[in-house]
Design a binder for this molecule. Structure first.
Ligand code: ZN
Ligand code: ZN
Length: 121
């Protein structure tokens, strides 16, 4: 596997063109239905700046673009210190994806919910 720099954050014009592949006509309805069922970020449970993320990227598996089981709600609010969609969904780089996004989102959600506090209540 080719190693990439962990500080790579730039996306070339060619990569952006690949990523801007148009969505199918059915996408807005599928997106809306998903958000109705899953109205919170799977990581931080936030409800602002929600994105419906494809677990298997639709650039690679276009047949899963409208498959509800391929979708997960992640936010871009950044209120928890990270941008859930970018960090968990794309491992900190928009041209990458996280094959374990579901497990990682659940794991970080559990960690956040159970975080021990520094100060006594
Ligand atoms: Zn995404
Ligand atoms: Zn979030």
């Amino acid at each position: 596997m080719k190693e990439i720099s962990l500080t790579a954050t730039k996306t070339s014009a060619k990569e952006l063109e690949l990523l801007s592949k148009p969505r199918s006509e059915g996408w807005p309805a599928v997106r809306r239905a998903h958000l109705k069922l899953h109205p919170k970020c799977a990581v931080c449970e936030g409800t602002k700046k929600l994105q419906v993320h494809h677990c298997a990227p639709f650039h690679i598996q276009p047949e899963l673009e409208l498959d509800p089981s391929n979708l997960i709600t992640l936010c871009e609010s950044g209120h928890g210190g990270v941008i859930c969609h970018e960090f968990i969904g794309h491992l900190s780089w928009w041209v990458a994806y996280n094959p374990n996004v579901r497990e990682d989102a659940a794991e970080w959600n559990r960690k956040l919910k159970n975080r021990p506090l520094l100060l006594p209540k």
